[in-house]
Design a protein around this ligand. Structure first.
Ligand code: FAD
Ligand code: AMP
Length: 476
């Protein structure tokens, strides 16, 4: 390991490791400092996303969805399976294997790109100077310097002081990815993306799940019709989602957790075996910034950056969950690429208007751009076209017909300004919409694009045709 670099990246989550790789590709001598350790105390790269986020949650969502399908939908295909059971330990082992494989994959990528991977806690003490501390003893190990520093320290779950985490009874999202058995009664605080995904996993495996959400609106940032359909489908699946339910406290006993919450000022109680608290995440900046390093935080604790991810300190950038914008892995990665290119070449590209969102429940939900409500709130005018999956041959063949695609276009120019999907493989289908928006496509462009038959993507095509009232497989 050297002590002088072109770039030091602090954090090896999807924002940091991607930034480091792009820096190295551009010929910059790069070090990536990350403190995450696995159960054996060894470095585990990939941050929240690989270790306790996107990847393990999707592994469990896929396992639990398969279990649910075998138990419920296989018979519709004429497949009779008896005595279906779930081996939770095997499911968890598979999840851990995937995580290990992928975190090791990042280590290999860093090595192949000749990036020095440093397992330590990093602290920016002044622009260009990073102190390194032992992850276990917290003792200072040394100091490295660089022309530029990229802060990619990520985020951690918010803990409510009224409901502190408690062993395996009251847990955060990471705890909920490691239950050793299916709890009979499970409470989830917060009906955000993470709460819904984790609630779905355990609900499919047989837990009685109650989700308590303080807001009266369900999925307020999603398209209203999408949110309504999602609420209907989740409740059909047995997820008991209580809106307007603000959790005030939770009492742990030998038998479980008693949760106290209020609905319209009235106190109510819920007894569960385990409680997952998913009330959001906060930027992680503990002991990251020396007093005179010049980097400032905003009132919510995020690192203050400009449109180019530059902080107030010279040649110091910040990206990913620790800065403003959606807390999504791909948003951080894209910022990472853009910042690396700015450092090397002076310019980089990041389009915040085309960051896709995805919720990996069943049905899946995905969107990009604005909703009709956003457009009218901003005083604009739009037109939209909608098409149900039930009218596509492929969804019928798959026995997966819930949901629809909605394309929103500017009323005057026809430019696509939003696409909203609820239904099978929505998280994959949204990519077409992102590409279309990135290329400033009109709904007419999408309508004139040939889509293979029979595919789910025909629903996107038909929704685009429907913007102009000319969907073929529906009565307009
Ligand atoms: P992180 O992934 O949090 O990585 C930051 C890294 O920096 C960590 O390794 C941390 O240990 C390290 N670090 C912090 N401070 C220091 C320091 N001072 N010195 C050294 N190292 C430090 N997003 C999606 O896009 N899709 C999903 O499906 C999805 N699912 C999710 C499911 C769950 C259960 C959770 C919790 C999150 C999910 N997310 C998902 C969000 C996603 O994980 C985050 O947006 C993403 O990980 C942010 O990347 P990041 O690199 O900014 O930070
Ligand atoms: P997200 O920010 O998308 O991760 O979602 C977190 C959700 O938790 C939000 O919808 C919040 O309204 C909800 N929430 C926060 N605090 C509470 C609380 N005390 N009781 C119930 N829901 C809460």
């Amino acid at each position: 390991m050297s002590d002088r670099y072109d770039v030091i990246v602090i954090g090896a989550g999807p924002a940091g490791y991607v930034a480091a790789i792009r820096c190295a590709q551009l010929g910059l001598k790069t070090a990536c400092v990350d403190r995450w350790s696995d159960v054996k105390g060894k470095a585990a790269l990939g941050g929240t996303c690989l270790n306790v986020g996107c990847i393990p949650s999707k592994a469990l969502l896929d396992s639990s969805e398969k279990f649910h399908e075998v138990s419920h939908t296989y018979k519709l295909h004429g497949i009779n399976v008896e005595n279906v059971s779930m081996d939770v330990a095997a499911m968890m082992k598979r999840k851990s294997k995937i995580v290990t494989m992928l975190t090791r994959g990042i280590a290999s990528l860093l090595k192949a790109n000749k990036i020095d991977s440093v397992h330590a806690h990093g602290k920016l003490v002044s622009p260009g100077t990073v102190e390194l501390y032992d992850v276990e003893t917290n003792e200072k190990q040394g100091e490295i310097t660089a022309g530029s520093v990229i802060l990619a320290s990520g985020s951690t779950p918010i803990e409510l002081s009224s409901i502190p985490f408690h062993g395996d009874r009251i847990v955060d999202s990471a705890g909920a990815l490691s239950f050793e058995e299916v709890p009979a009664r499970l409470g989830v605080v917060g009906a955000g993306v993470i709460g819904l995904e984790l609630g779905s996993v355990w609900n499919r495996l047989g837990a009685e799940v109650t989700v308590l959400e303080a807001l009266y609106d369900f999925l307020p940032t999603a398209d209203e019709e999408v949110a309504k359909e999602a609420a209907k489908q989740f409740s059909k699946q047995g997820l008991n989602i209580q809106l307007g339910a603000r959790v005030e406290s939770a009492q742990v006993s030998e038998n479980g957790v008693e949760v106290t919450y209020t609905v319209d000022g009235e106190e109510a109680r819920l007894a569960v075996d385990r409680l997952i608290v998913c009330v959001g995440r906060r930027p992680c900046t503990d002991n990251l910034l020396g007093e005179s390093c010049g980097v400032e935080l905003d009132e919510r604790g995020f690192i203050k950056v400009d449109d180019n991810c530059l902080t107030g300190a010279a040649n110091t950038y910040a990206i990913g969950d620790c800065v403003r914008g959606p807390m999504l892995a791909h948003k951080g990665s894209e910022e990472g690429v853009a910042v690396a290119e700015r450092i090397a070449n002076g310019t980089g590209h990041m389009n915040y208007e085309t960051v896709p969102w995805a919720i990996y429940t069943h049905p899946e939900i995905a969107w990009v751009g604005q909703t009709e409500k956003d457009v009218s709130a901003a005083g604009g005018k739009c037109k939209s076209g909608k098409f149900p999956f039930a009218a596509t041959g492929r969804a019928k063949a798959m026995e997966d017909t819930v949901g629809f695609v909605k394309v929103v276009a500017d009323a005057e120019t026809d430019r696509i300004i939003g696409v909203h999907i609820i239904g099978p493989h929505a998280s994959e289908l949204i990519a077409e919409a992102v590409v279309a928006m990135e290329y400033y496509a009109s709904s007419e462009d999408l309508a004139r694009t040939i889509h293979a038959h029979p595919t789910l993507s025909e629903a996107v095509h038909e929704a685009a045709l429907s913007v102009d009232g000319r969907g073929i497989h529906r009565v307009n």
